[in-house]
Design a protein around this ligand. Structure first.
Ligand SMILES: Nc1nc2c(ncn2[C@@H]2O[C@H](COP(=O)(O)OP(=O)(O)OP(=O)(O)O)[C@@H](O)[C@H]2O)c(=O)[nH]1
Ligand SMILES: [Mg+2]
Length: 201
């Protein structure tokens, strides 16, 4: 894509805006990821986890968690002066999944966040994107107390196609999250163009 430039070196055209979804199981770090990279104060729709929800909300592995996303997270990041991503974090809990169809409308691609201690929690998200043919990559959020697994093992465990990228990340780290986002944009664009080529970002 070629954009004209004004004399002062500013892009003459509005930046391209792309919508990226951030999905994955309950408590895997979706809200954390969006907050880590967003240039605007991220919109969160979090509610307190309560005693009443204890039988339904599986907190194993994330015992320190006090809130959960009930509708979505929203953030924005400028990857390049002419390329802006809008990030939509999905709710992790099954009882809020009716939001997904609404959120996935017009999405270029998705990040499926995974925690190797609860890998099965991201099956539903993977299924969802595979069925709708939305390009996605799997980003393993490396919690300190989780064992490190090679990405090929994760790929095998999740039964992913060879073309689906699997990367390691730290959802709290801006640089790390940015790499994940560049990865998903490249993957989606390469798929859209029908060729395996690298898109310079
Ligand atoms: N140690 C560590 N903690 C993390 C990391 N990412 C997230 N957390 C913590 O894990 C908990 C869950 O993170 P959230 O970002 O709320 O997870 P979520 O996926 O948005 O959760 P739901 O919206 O409820 O599905 C929080 O207490 C975070 O501080 C990480 O990379 N390392
Ligand atoms: Mg959340």
């Amino acid at each position: 894509m070629i954009f004209g430039r004004s004399e002062r070196g500013k892009p003459a055209t509005e930046p391209v805006t792309l919508k990226i979804l951030v999905a994955g199981g309950f408590g895997v770090g979706k809200t954390t990821l969006v907050a880590a990279v967003s240039e605007i104060r991220p919109l969160r729709t979090e509610e307190l986890l309560t005693e009443v929800g204890r039988p339904v909300d599986d907190l194993s592995g994330v015992e320190a968690k006090h809130t959960t996303t009930v509708a979505m997270d929203f953030g924005r990041i400028t990857l390049r002066e002419d390329l802006v991503l809008y990030l939509f974090g999905t709710p992790g809990q099954e009882r809020f999944w009716f939001m997904w169809d609404e959120l996935s409308e017009g999405a270029l691609g998705a990040v499926v966040l995974a925690d190797t201690r609860r890998l099965e929690d991201c099956f539903a998200a993977i299924d969802y994107f595979e069925r709708r043919d939305i390009p996605f990559l799997v980003a393993v959020n490396c919690f300190e107390d989780a064992a490190r697994h090679p990405v090929d093992d994760v790929r095998r465990a999740l039964d992913l196609d060879d073309g689906t990228p699997v990367v390691l990340c730290d959802a709290r780290d801006r640089g790390s999250v940015k790499e994940v986002l560049v990865g998903v944009v490249q993957h989606a664009m390469a798929r859209a163009s029908g060729r395996r080529r690298t898109v310079a970002i």
